[in-house]
Design a protein around this ligand. Sequence first.
Ligand SMILES: Cc1ncc(COP(=O)(O)O)c(C=O)c1O
Length: 328
Amino acid sequence: MSDFRSPNMTSLRLQLHPGLEVLHMPAGDVWIQRDDLIHPIVSGNKWRKLVGHLAQLKVDGKGILVTFGGAYSNHLVATAVAAQGSGLRSIGILRGEEAMQNHYLDIASGAGMQLVGVSRSLYRDKSAALEQVLHQLDLSPENVFVVSEGGSGPLGLIGFEELVCDWINSKVKFHHVFHASATGTTAVGLRKALDASELNMSNNAEEVIPNGVTVHSILVLKNKAEQLEFAQRHAANLNLIEGYEFGGYARSTEALDNFVQSLSILNNIPFESIYTGKALFAMNEWLIAQKEMDTLQVDDETGVFPVVFLHTGGTLNYSGVTLPVIDS
Ligand SMILES: Cc1ncc(COP(=O)(O)O)c(C=O)c1O
């Protein structure tokens, strides 16, 4: 407990190229991209979405990072730790004015983030909330770099380019990528990076990720997916999978929890039931259906299906203790 309250993470220890491993699923083996290994807290798509923002902040020469989140926001925690690692002052605008205390906020403030609560109605208007908080703290907007809630927006897409480069270098052959989806930033970032890589590499057929890699985005947070629905209407090979919300955000069932737990034990990889667990469940059913229809074959050399599961993180793993993350 005390480790959570005062994380002493003065610098980021990032593993930026965690790579692909074999994941044993009930329906057969697939590849898994271990982005959960990037960092104990700034892991998975949190890092991928922050990296473009941090690079731009540096270019702009700003010293204060401001972002938004709810009391259980994984993004808030990740941003606090990333800011600390980059030597930046950070401010978190919190949804709700009541006194709040939990592991997530402890880690964020332990990493030096100044948390300022605003009313729920003000929080809905992000520019007004920002204006009020900057005024309250007597800060000038010129010194401040704002990362939008959840790390979404154009700068949140850039980090996926590096991931696709790693996949090209790995020479692993695959035609499908599965991942959990909420705001759609991950789906859009991946889709764009895959499309750009096909264009860039088109001179060398050997090196190209097979044309038509389909990104399967499994919607776990339905009401936030406008960006994803927009992207799906405008991008080929972006497949939105619905029906695996298991009652809604942060809800679960015994069957899902058992599935997630046994998969974690079998593979010795942490998963949770809020994001990655639902996506894994959906992918397993998809694999079973493909096998029944005989539409997907394992690779002759590796015995693995040409499918990648992107581990988007979602488990806070600090000092050996793993917590599921409830990202609001
Ligand atoms: C672990 C995890 N997976 C997936 C997602 C969904 O990502 P996105 O909002 O980019 O669709 C989130 C939310 O940020 C998350 O915390």
